[in-house]
Design a protein around this ligand. Structure first.
Ligand SMILES: [Zn+2]
Length: 198
């Protein structure tokens, strides 16, 4: 049996960054590898490495029990996935889980002005918590859901692909996560269909 090369997203390689939006990029940490959904987040370290690639590194003193970062990040990711899918389907979504992250991760600043010293801004809040570390993603998801143009928020058109992107092309006609991967795979399939019909 000839195996069609699937260079889509090698299971061992880090997930591709193709979404043009951090919250959608987060959804794309699940992709299809050899026909099966693959979660690129299997350990805390996977999440940590992904956050570093997104330039949202965990604070060094963010402490959590083993496995907790993975669980927390997955919970946020799947909440965002559900809300994006609902919004895309023009259906009502329950923002409860996302709102928990927005509340628990929020912080605020205060001006502290000790006598004999210059005033300083001090940030308060649970900024060593995992919710705080993931707050930028939760916040960008909320912004996307409320202000994003969902005509341009799309899933890749390839039937065997689950990746999302924000179409920022001038023509607004982006169809694929990657032209090199899904666009070409699609063209090859269409070409085979045409040849078969002759
Ligand atoms: Zn694709």
């Amino acid at each position: 049996m000839t195996h069609m090369p699937d260079n889509t997203h090698d299971g061992t390689a880090p997930p591709p960054l193709i979404a043009d939006h951090p919250a959608l990029e987060m959804l794309n940490t699940v992709s299809i590898v050899e026909g099966q959904p693959r979660d690129h987040w299997q350990t805390d370290e996977d999440v940590r490495a992904w956050l570093a690639r997104m330039e949202l590194p965990l604070p060094r003193d963010a402490t959590a029990a083993s496995g907790q970062l993975l669980d927390t990040a997955r919970r946020l990711r799947e909440a965002i996935r559900y809300l994006v899918q609902q919004r895309k389907a023009s259906a009502l979504g329950d923002p409860g889980v996302l709102n928990d992250f927005l509340r628990d991760g929020a912080s605020y600043v205060q001006l502290v002005w000790p006598s004999g010293a210059s005033p300083q801004v001090v940030r308060h809040g649970l900024h060593h918590s995992l919710a705080a570390a993931l707050y930028p993603l939760a916040s960008q998801a909320a912004e996307l859901l409320s202000q994003g143009d969902f005509e341009r928020v799309r899933a890749c058109e390839h039937p065997e692909c689950v990746l999302w992107f924000y179409d920022r092309t001038k023509s607004h006609r982006r169809r694929w996560c990657s032209m090199a991967v899904c666009g070409n795979r699609f063209k090859v399939t269409e070409h085979r269909k045409r040849v078969a019909l002759k």
